[in-house]
Design a protein around this ligand. Structure first.
Ligand code: 5GP
Length: 193
């Protein structure tokens, strides 16, 4: 039986990372494949944990080979991408493969994957954008107006694409355990795990 890739997206600050790391602790049988990047490892980062660190030349070679499900030039001119093979192999071995994506990554990936290979979950803030902006400012008093503007634009874009996803989990800061449970419940009910 085929497994499933579970794509998880949502604007920054909704607790995606926390949900995914809880799933990782609770489901050692699930796969959480690393990304590839051309940036250098930071102190303490290990090869193959969050990333495979490869040269730009190697990355470009793999793009040409069609090895990526999606990739993007993120910041400081570095390339980041998701290799197709570990995800497809996991599904074909009947496994659950969990992958965090921004909406652009998800839009690229869904076009390159057979519909029965994935299920997608959107994590959506319970609050409106104004409240989120106020919270960002409270947390980081030094953040510039330009940076706020950039985040608001990216949040608006992310929120407008919720309809592309198969299911939604509502994010509330104090309810991280409920969010983890909701995510597990959705995977159990819709994917049968
Ligand atoms: P960092 O260099 O701080 O680890 O990551 C910077 C950014 O790269 C984050 O915004 C993250 O979302 C993005 N990123 C990490 N892995 C991937 C990937 O596989 N594909 C894409 N498109 N972006 C990624």
């Amino acid at each position: 039986m085929l497994g499933k890739i579970i794509f998880i997206s949502g604007p920054s600050g909704v607790g995606k990372g926390t949900v995914i790391s809880a799933l990782r602790d609770r489901h050692p049988e699930w796969i959480f494949p690393p990304s590839c990047t051309t940036r250098d490892p930071r102190p303490g980062e290990k090869e193959g944990e969050t990333y495979f660190y490869i040269s730009r030349e190697e990355f470009e070679k793999r793009i040409e080979e069609g090895a990526f499900l999606e990739y993007a030039e993120v910041h400081h001119g570095n390339l980041y991408g998701t290799l197709k093979a570990p995800l497809i192999d996991g599904v074909e071995q009947g496994k659950i493969v969990v992958r965090e994506f921004d909406v652009q990554g998800f839009e690229q990936a869904r076009e390159r994957l057979s519909r029965d290979y994935y299920f997608s979950i959107f994590i959506k803030p319970a609050e409106d954008i104004e409240t989120l902006v106020r919270r960002i400012r409270e947390r980081d008093g030094t953040i510039s107006d330009e940076e706020i503007e950039r985040r608001v634009e990216s949040m608006k874009k992310e929120l407008s694409l919720e309809h592309l996803y198969d299911a939604t989990v509502i994010s509330v800061d104090e309810e991280i355990d409920r969010m983890i449970e909701d995510t597990e419940k959705i995977i159990a009910e819709k994917v049968g795990r």
